[in-house]
Every structure is written in structure tokens, then in C-alpha cells.
Design a protein around this ligand. Sequence first.
Ligand code: GRF
Length: 209
Amino acid sequence: MNGTSDARRLGILISGRGSNLHALMDASAHGKLDARIAVVISNRADASGLDRARDAGIATIVLDHRGWASRDEYDLALARELKHRGVALVCLAGFMRLVGPALIEAFPNAILNIHPSLLPSFPGLNAQRQALERGVKITGATVHLVTGELDGGPIVLQSPVSVLDDDTVDSLSARILIEEHRIYPDAVRAVLSESWRLDGRRFVGSEEP
Ligand code: GRF
């Protein structure tokens, strides 16, 4: 397993371009994140993020979400693939599927998600548009543990981004993305450090990222 212990093996789930995947690959390749990406799984065959992974020699799997008897069946198939590759921590990186109990139970407190707002504001789709339309002056990016509540799990790390008067969804999304790429590797490092605990909904880490 290339010298990386099972406890530091990541599985990344994507559906699209995979820029957060790239940030994690970069951090891992440049020694900023002591973890190995064991597998990248996409529910879409045309996700361009798959090419980034393949180019870097990372194992990829396409697991189409269509045609399963139930969400549980699909999630169990995901869990099987991840376990088979010794994954300890699952990172959702633009994975456009709700994660159900079957996957959450297979990886308790070991699934992370990145979301383009300061949660609990603006959960769900189009978070940047929601922030613009609501007129907030500050939004940002959040990495959180995944629970059964949509975008509602314990927050690991957040970073604020100012909303400018002339922002469009695209310009705001681009500035938030810079923060996403910065905090996702930091959050993964914090969770892998294992020097954290949950206090109710609070993720309490003893290590500064
Ligand atoms: C990011 O904005 C992330 O916060 C959201 O989906 C987008 C994925 O982008 N969950 P990418 O595929 O990582 O470039």
C-alpha cells in the first residue's frame, strides 16, 4: 500500500470537474497532506475530474447511480468499493448525490463534504446564488462531517469570503473556490490527526490547521 497506512487512505467522490479533488491531489503530492488518495469514484462517466486522477495515476471507478433498486443498494456498492481499497476517510468533492445511511454507517464520522457557503446558511444547491439573492455581505466555504442531515454535520473548518456589490454568481463562486481549495486539505489533515472530538454538534480539534 505504498507505505501509507490504511488510516491515511482517502477515497474521493466526484461528479464533475474535480477542482477540489485536484487541490487534495496537489496537497498530497507536495507533502502538505500526509495522505494517499486510494481511489476516485464518480457517479458520472463524463466527469472531467476523472481525467485529472487518471493523469496522476490514481485508480478511478465510475459507479453510475442509475439502475439500482434503491439508494441503499447504490450506497452499499460505494461502501464496498471504498472498503475494498482500504479507504479510511471519504471526501465528497462536488459529488452531486445525497449520501444515505448505508454509506454513513459504513464510515461513521469519516465522510467529509465541502460546501460553498458558511453553513448553516444556504445549504443545498446553488449556495452562491442563494447568498447573492439574500444579500449577505459575507459568505464563504465550509468543510463538515457528513451526517444524515443535508449539509448539517459538525463543521470542521470554515473560511469567509466578502460579497462585493458587483458580484455575479460566477465571480463570487470563483473567489469561494479559492478558499475551498485552501481549507479542504487543512480539514482533511485535522480529521486525520485524530486529535479531535465531537461535543454535540461541535467539532473540537486540538491542532491548528
Ligand atoms: C464546489 O463548489 C463544492 O463546494 C461543491 O461543488 C463544487 C465542486 O467543484 N460541493 P469541483 O468539482 O471540486 O471543482
